[in-house]
Design a protein around this ligand. Sequence first.
Ligand code: SF4
Length: 141
Amino acid sequence: MDGERTMGGARGEERRLTCVLCPAGCDLMVTAPEVTGGRCPKGRDYALKELTAPTRTLTTTVRVEGAKPDRLPVRTLGEIPKEAVRRGVRALDAVVVVAPVRLGQVIVDDLLGFGVPVVATRDLPATRDLPATPGRIARDG
Ligand code: SF4
């Protein structure tokens, strides 16, 4: 979630952000390096990082073979640069996992070379024992 709003004129020095680190959602006024409006010191760190090197946790799904549903929700185990999120999603589009998958299982060791792994966010058992459903033929073995 982005909460940046630019204030002022051409100089663009003054910015307002909503801190998203906790439910308080403090409105931060930033005139770097001054940050006001946060109820705790984390707000200042958040605002300065957001304006200089923003990062995000990437959440998406990858394709799964041998399970229903055939998409597995995954997330980065840490944050990557915000500007790399779309590239990360595209890279994960090419990943195919074979069921069964366990919650927390590492799906990609190091996404885009940022040293951040991608993990499964749910268990996904293999479905070959499931009964046949309309439009689907259960296979033996
Ligand atoms: S500044 Fe502190 S209290 Fe306010 S939203 Fe951020 S983390 Fe929460």
